[in-house]
Design a protein around this ligand. Structure first.
Ligand SMILES: [Fe+2]
Length: 134
């Protein structure tokens, strides 16, 4: 069973960002499965992929927020940097931690909460598109 399941309650009303969130969630689920199997080489490559993709996604999201003058842009970008730091800490300590699954679950919950509560705050600032509010 996947750790996180994307559903419509996580939609921010823009296909580009929803697709990126789904991609990130897929990577989190794959990484978690590798952690549970203690597959260290796979864990390492997946956490690197997840880290790199989260940076790409956060930059894209921040550019969109700035382009539509979202007033919370700076605070929001700061939250993204905090997540990047958490992932970097995880990556650094992943082979010395005994509670790796728990720490990873904490990371995944952080991201789910961020999408559902922080990302959804900017919905009203996004440009009107056909997929918005669907
Ligand atoms: Fe965000």
């Amino acid at each position: 069973m996947p750790l996180i399941q994307w559903d419509e309650t996580m939609s921010v009303g823009m296909d580009e960002l929803d697709d990126q969130h789904r991609e990130l969630i897929d990577l989190i689920n794959e990484t978690y499965a590798a952690i549970q199997r203690h597959d260290e080489p796979l864990m390492t490559s997946l956490i690197d992929k997840m880290r790199d993709y989260s940076v790409v996604h956060f930059r894209a999201e921040e550019a969109i927020l700035r382009s539509c003058d979202y007033p919370g842009s700076d605070v929001h970008a700061g939250q993204h940097r905090a997540f990047e730091d958490k992932v970097a800490d995880f990556r650094r300590d992943m082979f010395v931690k005994t509670n790796l699954s728990q720490v990873f679950i904490f990371l995944s919950r952080w991201l789910t909460n961020h999408i559902m509560h922080e990302d959804r705050k900017f919905i009203l600032w996004l440009p009107e598109t056909d997929d918005k509010g669907a």
